[in-house]
Write a protein that binds this ligand. Structure first.
Ligand SMILES: [Zn+2]
Length: 394
């Protein structure tokens, strides 16, 4: 068993599950309580369910997620989102954090809006706060001015979101929006963080350009998504900003993982900078920054909603050991998402989100793609078929 925090395996334990939680972890040979149902998984490795700290259930992983969304009513969209969540779960992603939906539909799903289907645990931001006409404005989260952004945070808090997502910079998905240019200035970001923290909500900021990353970190954002340090014609990651990210323990949500196949090319703006971006990731890793795995699943054909199982390849390319890559996809992602007390580990008191995989993931990260059993809150889920080898872009 890989428990989510160790760098070695535990030999042949028994994990006792009751009421959806892990009640005990016993050494081999220790007697089991009378009357328990025993599920024997010989030759397999147990590990915690994966946590995707950044996806979009409302995007359909097509070439035009925005266009498809535009013509779709909420009822159809909610069903499509439930299908996306089920696909993630079957691939072993037992917790997903939706960092941008339309109409708070991910909160509906989180709260049981799809009926009694077995879905992963869902954490959700609602529509991301953006500028009028800015990145992902079509999701309905535009706000402007200090009063406007504070009101946007309050609305989300009242709706019961788990996290505030703000588009600090432009993004690749939205025509007319430039990833390297800031959308919100330092003052607006400070107001958003202040308003959110007063309500006990964390903030994570989508930020590509160095200016936006620096502003979000200085404003006290709890997380930075992408952190590509993209400029108009390259990548520029000032040492002072990297140091600040590491010192302030700002969680960096790299959007990693691509499904192999005909659609593997990343967005052109990323493809042309990939070598510099990998070098920048290595510097962040070497700085000791808090790094967690999110996938941005849904935004393109290379990123279906179960793509997180390919993320370990990119994490390893940034310098992580297999154990560190697995932590970034389990316990560390759980901490960054505010559920570190109940997700991401196989330990007493944690939710019984447990995978059984074929192989030792500490020696072979591809083992996470050879699922033999998935349990979500102790309930069995039919696992996805084996996935082929991943493609890290070096
Ligand atoms: Zn995203």
């Amino acid at each position: 068993m890989f428990d989510g925090v160790s760098s070695s395996l535990t030999a042949a334990p028994s994990v006792l599950v009751a009421d959806g939680r892990i009640a005990a972890v016993r050494d081999p040979g220790e007697p089991l309580p009378a009357g328990v149902q025993v599920i024997d998984l010989p030759g397999l490795t147990l590990m915690p369910g994966l946590i995707d700290a950044h996806l979009h259930l409302c995007f359909d992983a097509s070439d035009d997620p925005d266009g498809h969304l535009a013509g779709m009513g909420d009822d159809v969209l909610r069903q499509q989102m439930a299908d996306a969540a089920r696909r993630a779960l079957r691939a072993g992603v037992t917790t997903v954090r939706d960092l941008g939906d339309r109409g708070y539909l991910a909160l509906d799903l989180r709260d049981g809006g799809s009926g009694d289907d077995l879905l992963p645990t869902i954490l959700a931001a609602g529509p991301p706060i953006t500028t009028p006409g800015g990145h992902c404005h079509f999701l309905g989260g535009a706000a402007s001015g200090i009063r406007g952004v504070r009101a946007a945070v309050r609305e989300r808090a009242e709706r019961g979101v788990d996290v505030i997502k703000v588009m600090a910079s432009g993004g690749n998905l939205t025509p007319g929006s430039l990833p390297h240019e800031p959308q919100f200035g330092a003052e607006s970001l400070r107001a958003i963080v202040d308003e959110a923290h007063r309500r006990g909500l964390p903030v994570t900021a989508h930020a590509h350009g160095p200016r936006s990353i620096a502003d979000a970190v200085t404003a006290g954002a709890d997380g930075i998504e992408h952190a590509s340090f993209m400029t108009a014609d390259g990548v520029d990651a000032p040492e002072t900003v990297i140091t600040a990210i590491a010192r302030r323990r700002t969680a960096v949500g790299w959007t990693v993982g691509r499904e192999p196949g005909p659609h593997v090319s990343p967005f052109p703006a990323i493809a042309s900078r990939i070598t510099e971006m990998i070098a920048c990731r290595r510097r962040l890793y070497e700085s000791g920054a808090v790094l967690v795995a999110g996938s941005d699943a849904g935004v393109s054909p290379a990123k279906p909603h179960d793509v997180l199982r390919f993320a370990a390849d990119d994490l390893a390319a940034a310098g992580m050991s297999p154990a560190e890559a697995l932590w970034a996809m389990t316990s560390r992602a759980a901490q960054a998402c505010g559920v570190g007390h109940r997700k991401g580990r196989i330990a007493v008191g944690f939710d019984a989100d447990i995978l059984a995989i074929d192989g030792n993931p500490l020696e072979d990260l591809a083992a996470v793609r050879r699922l033999r059993a998935v349990y979500s809150g102790g309930l069995p889920v039919a696992p996805a078929p084996d996935a082929p080898a991943g493609v890290a872009v070096h």
